[in-house]
Design a protein around this ligand. Sequence first.
Ligand code: ZN
Ligand code: ZN
Length: 401
Amino acid sequence: MVRPTLEVADIFRDHGAAWRQANAGHVSLDQLKVMSAIERCRTAALGGHVARCQVCAYTTIAYNSCRNRHCPKCQGAAAKQWLAEREAELLPVPYFHVLFTLPGKIAVIAFQNKAVVYDLLFKAAAETVLTIAADPKHLGARIGITAVLHTWGSTMTHHPYVHMIVPGGGLSEDGSRWIASRPRFLVHVNVLSRLFRGRFLAMLAKAHADGRSRFFGEHAALADRRAFKRFLAPLRRSEWVVYTKDPFAGPQQVLRYLSRYTHRVAISNRRLVSADDNGVAFRWKDYRIDGPGRWKTMTLAPHEFIRRFLMHVLPKGFHRIRHYGLFANGNRAANIARARDLLGVAARTVEHEDHKAAAPDEPRVLPCPCPRCGGRMIVIEVFARGCQPRHRPTSIRIDTS
Ligand SMILES: [Zn+2]
Ligand SMILES: [Zn+2]
C-alpha cells in the first residue's frame, strides 16, 4: 500500500498496541504518554474545528495537534516563537559551535539515569567553556552560551551530546567593555576536552556518592561505590571527544542552524521511506563517508523502530535547551541589552503573536484565508475530543486538464 506521506504516527498506530503489549512492564509512563500523543495527534481523538469561507463556502476540518515535544508533527509551531526571541538577541559577532559528547560507557549509565546524567553533561560542558573564557590567557570575559541536548545518532541509537553556540566575545568583569575573542578562541579542543572530562567525572562520582544514580540489569553491580570507581578509572585517561566546528559566518547562519537543530526529535517524518509489517525503512547519514554517498537506507523491524524512537523520550519537565553565563535566565535580558549597547546595536523587541481571545459573540476567524478565493475563514463548529464534526469538508477536486 502506498501512503500519501508516511509519518512516525502511522508506525505507532499500526504497531504501537502490539509493542505496548510485548513490552508491558518495561515502558515508562513518559514513553506511554508520548506514544498516545503521537497516535492521536491531528485526529478526531483530540477534537478540532470546522471553518467555512464567508465568500465561497469552502469548508475545512482541522484536528487539534498534541503539542507533545516528542511529536515529529508538532515541532514547527514551538520553534517559531522561540526563534523569534533568539533572533532579537543575536549579537553582531562571530559565533562558535562546540559539541561535547559522552564516551559510550557513560552513555550506558546515562540511559539508566537520564535526568541526572544529561544534567551533568550540560553543566560540565557549560562550566568548561565559561571557565576557559573567563581565563585571561584565553579571553578574560563573561560569555553567554546556548546549549541543546541531542541524544540520538542518525540511526536513532543512543548517543548523547550537547551542541553549544557561543558568541565570540563577552563582557569584561565589571561590565564596562565588550571583549572580542580572537578568531581561534575555543579551538584548543584538547584543553576543553580534558577540563570537561575532569568536571564531568567529578560530578558523576558525587551524584553516585549522594545516591542520585540508579543501576539495573547488567549494570546493577555499579551501585557499589568501589565497583563504580573501578568502572570510571579507565575513563579518566581516555580521550573524550569535543569538536569545534567552523564558526558561523554570521547571525543569520546561527538562526538557520538553531531552527534546524533545536526543535528536533529522534527522526523526522521526511526521512521515512516505507513501512509494512516486516520493516520500517528510513534514510540515515553515514558520517564516515563524505559526499552524497553518505545518505543510506536502513530497514528496522517495526518494534525495533519504536524501541529506538522511544529511547529518546526525555523525563517530564527536563529542559533540553539551556542558557548559561550571560544568557542564564535571571539577568539574561539586561546582559544582552548591555552587550548590544556596547557593540553599538539598537535594542530589539520581539513581536509576540497576538493571542487575544475573541469575544464570545464574535465569530473566530482563522489566520489563513480561504485557499480557493482568499475570503475570510470563519469557525462554524468546534467539536470535542473523540467526536466527529457534524459538517463535511469540501471535497478536493483534482484538476486533470
Ligand atoms: Zn503532535
Ligand atoms: Zn473562499
